[in-house]
Design a protein around this ligand. Sequence first.
Ligand SMILES: Nc1ncnc2c1ncn2[C@@H]1O[C@H](COP(=O)(O)OP(=O)(O)O)[C@@H](O)[C@H]1O
Ligand SMILES: [Mg+2]
Length: 241
Amino acid sequence: MEILKPDPRTALNEIPPSPENEIIAAWDVYRTFSIGSKPIEVLKGVNLSILRGEKLFLCGASGAGKTSLLYTLAGLEKPNQGNVLVEGIDLYSKNRKEQAKLRNEKMGYVFQNFFLLPELTAIENVLIPAMIGRKKGRDRAEELLDRVGLGDRMNHLPTELSGGEQQRVAIARSLVNDPEILFADEPTGNLDSKSGHSVMKLLMSLVEEQARTLVVVTHDSELAKTGDRKIELADGRVVGQ
Ligand SMILES: Nc1ncnc2c1ncn2[C@@H]1O[C@H](COP(=O)(O)OP(=O)(O)O)[C@@H](O)[C@H]1O
Ligand SMILES: [Mg+2]
């Protein structure tokens, strides 16, 4: 007689029901990179739950796996094993086009190196996510650039802006599609402490005003105290929350 194997998904009865206000969940997430023939495990079974509207910091030393975890939660890097649920949807079970749509509609990104396109002006950079989503976003882009204090710099190229100003453009860009969740990887890492501080203050107040969820990677434990909650990573594992 044929023995029926249980479906591994339904057999995972150790997964408790999600809290109602949960926006992202990671279940047993593993990430491995191969360098030559040697696999390096960077995330080793991460479980976490992010609640709607919270400001969460992911902390830990350099090499702990913070960026890898952020990218995995943000739909940018598929885990080798495990699941990421966004509003209950299993993100990486979707096809590439659906994943791209979800990212464009629900997520905003701010990176350490700003990632502005050098040949586009501030306002054109802010408009990129809106154009991808085929939305008209000019009014929203102008409003956001005003809000980040760059109303008079809209037609400047990135090279004509300071690092802090470039990061403000990137913050405006991350919000142009009204995302539910904002992900930021060391957003002040390339800024001096004064402009870093003001960029962070701006990011926090925008997230509060617009009732968004914020997930920030930092190795700065002082900065991490300014959020609602922090999760500590070490060697690819959650070691404290
Ligand atoms: N694309 C990659 N290929 C190989 N190794 C990687 C890659 N990305 C990250 N790593 C390695 O994974 C580990 C964790 O990296 P990362 O997530 O960037 O940590 P953190 O952001 O906490 O500094 C590091 O040892 C790093 O060298
Ligand atoms: Mg990193």
